[in-house]
Design a protein around this ligand. Structure first.
Ligand code: ADP
Ligand code: MG
Length: 428
């Protein structure tokens, strides 16, 4: 019911708000419930809430009043999880429609993952099982996994569930508290396709891992497709049981890397077109040169530009774009050496004090070299300063460490991922 009403509202709103507002904000509203003359809806972020309240409440209430009568209103709240699905209702939730293959722009950095996802969608349970996608934040992992889920969710026979590892855990806890795990097991295991997002969330949670292992085995044993998503390769997820790591590796692992320049431009072009927004090439080039590490941020910048142009009723040129994006492009202060050491120590599960202690323990060599390398790349410190901060070593030790890490990165993909993961963590 709320959906039908909302669809009618949208078609009326089309004539009353701009295409950009419609695409950017109004269409992000997810209707949940209709009670009396109140339509309850969810939006994916606080920014949506703020923008809709500030400038769209009027036209939206107007349309609702026409359809429902005087006093009708829209009540919104933020629900970041709303698109994730829920293990408790595996078959009921269709994944978000905008996360489709059609809206996924393919470039060098995601081509392999995209091809693998396509294959899986075409022949689920047959080609790669599981398909394990990994990569940094905001690179389109959830988008791609949802596209697989969506294309398999024909609405007919297949039961598809897209759930985050967190949702899996929460549902499991609810069942355990409710006294029975059987219902949970039955629900999850009846699935034909399981998409597990943010699987790194299972790290360090033994009970969850145990249950996930059973689910995994049951589904795969029955020839059901499993797609897993994580911010790291299976081997690099610390505190993940060996049995799970090896199962996660048993299908196909595909990395999504940060977008290359051409892909960044293509994504900007595609998204601005969808928003009906005229993005001058000069501005697109500039934005694509500034925002390099995340598609989500690229998208965020575009939304900011759209909103700013609307507000100011100004046409977009490079000068205006720079002004509008300045707050989000502010380069953060460089990291300190202590921060680098702390992050590296945490990753290797050692004491930061051990990193700087003198001595030649073999166990500490790798973390120490990685820390020196990252210190060189991510801080303003000189070789001599870095050497001093690692227990008063000689600067040639640091030089050597940087070279070693650089060389090993080239030949050892797993090591490269580890180092890059730490670097992006330090990049804030
Ligand atoms: P992740 O799960 O890797 O953190 P998401 O899948 O949530 O990232 O993507 C972040 C945003 O960027 C989403 O809005 C998504 O639609 C968009 N996005 C990422 N990659 C692409 C792409 N190749 N083409 C189109 N949109 C993309
Ligand atoms: Mg994600």
């Amino acid at each position: 019911m709320p959906h039908v009403l909302w669809r009618q509202s949208l078609s009326r709103l089309k004539d009353r708000v701009s295409a950009a507002e419609l695409g950017c904000w109004v269409e992000a509203i997810h209707p949940v419930e209709l009670r009396e003359r109140r339509l309850y809806g969810e939006v994916p972020s606080a920014l949506h809430l703020e923008q809709i309240r500030a400038r769209l409440q009027g036209p939206i209430s107007g349309v609702l009043e026409e359809l429902l009568g005087p006093g009708a209103e829209l009540v919104l709240c933020v629900n970041k999880q709303r698109e994730r699905g829920d293990a408790a209702r595996p078959a009921a939730r269709a994944p978000v429609s905008e996360y489709s293959f059609a809206s996924f722009v393919v470039g060098e950095s995601n081509a392999f993952a995209h091809a693998a996802a396509r294959d899986v969608a075409a022949r689920p349970g047959v080609v790669y099982n599981p398909l394990f996608l990994y990569g940094g934040v905001g690179l389109g992992k959830t988008h791609l996994a949802s596209a697989v889920a969506q294309s398999l969710d024909t609405g007919l026979r297949r039961r598809v569930s897209l759930l985050s590892a967190e949702a899996f855990a929460n549902d499991l806890i609810r069942s355990l508290l409710g006294g029975s795990i059987d219902g949970f097991r039955a629900r999850v295991r009846q699935l034909d396709v399981l998409v597990g997002d943010d699987i790194q969330f299972l790290a360090g949670k033994e009970r969850m891992q145990e249950e996930f292992l059973h689910t995994f085995n049951a589904l795969r044993g029955a020839g059901k497709q499993i797609v897993l998503v994580s911010d790291q390769a299976p081997r690099s997820i610390t505190n993940l049981e060996e049995r799970l790591q090896s199962r996660f590796e048993s299908g196909l692992i595909a990395e999504i890397r940060p977008p290359e320049p051409a892909l960044r431009l293509a994504i900007l072009a595609q998204k601005s077109k969808l928003l009906g927004f005229d993005l001058p090439l000069e501005v697109a080039n500039w934005v694509a040169g500034k925002i390099v590490s995340s598609v989500r941020e690229l998208e965020g910048a575009l939304h900011r530009l759209v909103a700013a142009c609307h507000w100011s009723r100004r046409a977009l040129d490079l000068g205006f774009a720079k002004e509008v994006l300045r707050p989000i492009l502010r380069t953060p202060a460089p990291r300190t050496l202590e921060e680098v050491q702390r992050v590296v120590a945490e990753r290797f599960a050692i004491d930061a004090a051990d990193l700087v202690r003198r001595g030649r323990t073999t166990r500490l060599r790798e973390p120490r070299q990685v820390a020196m390398y990252l210190a060189r790349k991510g801080t303003n410190a000189t070789y001599a300063e870095i050497a001093a901060s690692f227990g008063g070593r000689d600067h040639s030790t640091v030089l050597h460490a940087v070279k070693r890490v650089e060389a090993r990165r080239l030949g050892d993909a797993e090591f490269a991922t580890l180092v890059d993961g730490l670097a992006s963590k330090l990049a804030r």
